[in-house]
Write a protein that binds this ligand. Structure first.
Ligand SMILES: Nc1ncnc2c1ncn2[C@@H]1O[C@H](COP(=O)(O)OP(=O)(O)OP(=O)(O)O)[C@@H](O)[C@H]1O
Length: 257
């Protein structure tokens, strides 16, 4: 008899509510991420995007709801998850150089007892090269520009060889060259079958960069393919009146004013 195979979704969030000082900032959010897609999480400032990511990763407690990563807890699936935090949330004075930051991405594979060796170092160097940062390997991270720091953190996530990536505003404050480099990496991850959830602010590039969107404003307004979900009506519902209509890729879309 043929065995039924049911694919397990990379991420299933069911009824998550998160509150700070008893005030809910993410309310009863449920969605499932499809495998192998680039997904944008969008919504206005303060909508709860970063908080939702942190709740999924267990970095902030949720008061209700549950999260399944490949059908299991984050704790068990940790090695399959890569996280690129928001740049402002990182302590850049920590005395370490770019190469060491990238090698930290391998600790999940090594365990805490084994020290990184030649193989780890070569892999980390190769990945720094991929993000155009090989020349800065021995530079302290505090002495890198914002865009360069962002590239180093992407490299750290890449060497993890995860299956599901979370990136919190990777395009914030980066120049056109870094934006292009990040887009190329996203494309590479997608071709390798990875799933990537990106907190994104630039509505004018959503259709070009992503397959799927989650629209959040404390509650989940909608989730689905860009073609059917990134619509003026749903964007209005997400952002309220603070939007103007522009034409992007020949289609009408809304951007924040
Ligand atoms: N540690 C905290 N303590 C109290 N309130 C917080 C804390 N972190 C965030 N908030 C509040 O929770 C709400 C959601 O914040 P969050 O950073 O998740 O939003 P966001 O959608 O990522 O915003 P942005 O687009 O501005 O980065 C905001 O009203 C914010 O002020």
């Amino acid at each position: 008899m043929k065995k039924e195979s049911t694919a397990v979704a990379p991420l299933t969030v069911s009824g998550i509510t998160v509150a700070y000082q008893r005030k809910a900032v993410v309310e009863d959010v449920s969605f499932t991420l499809p495998e192998g897609k680039l997904v944008a999480l969008i919504g206005p400032n303060g909508a709860g995007k970063s908080t939702l990511l942190k709740a999924v990763l267990g970095l902030v407690p949720s008061i209700s709801g549950s999260v399944a990563i490949y059908g299991d807890t984050y704790k068990k699936m940790r090695s399959r998850v890569g996280y690129v935090p928001q740049r402002e949330s990182v302590d850049w004075d920590f005395p370490t150089d770019a190469l060491d930051v990238v090698m930290m991405g391998r600790y999940g594979h090594l365990g805490w007892i084994k020290r990184p060796g030649r193989k780890e170092k070569d892999l980390a160097m190769g990945t720094l090269d991929k993000v155009g940062m090989a020349d800065f390997a021995r530079r302290q991270i505090s002495q890198l520009s914002g865009g360069q720091q962002q590239r180093v953190f992407l490299a750290r996530a890449l060497v993890q060889e995860a299956d599901l990536y979370f990136m919190d505003e990777p395009f914030a404050g980066v120049d056109a060259a870094t934006e292009k480099a990040i887009i190329a990496l996203l494309g590479e991850l997608k071709r390798a079958g990875k799933t990537v959830l990106v907190v994104h602010h630039d509505l004018s590039t959503v259709e070009e960069y992503f397959d799927h969107v989650l629209l959040l404003n404390k509650k989940l307004i909608a989730a689905g393919p860009v073609e059917t979900t990134f619509t003026p009506e749903l964007l209005h519902e997400t952002y309220g009146g603070k939007l103007a209509i522009v034409s992007s890729n020949g289609r009408e879309a809304l951007v924040k004013q």
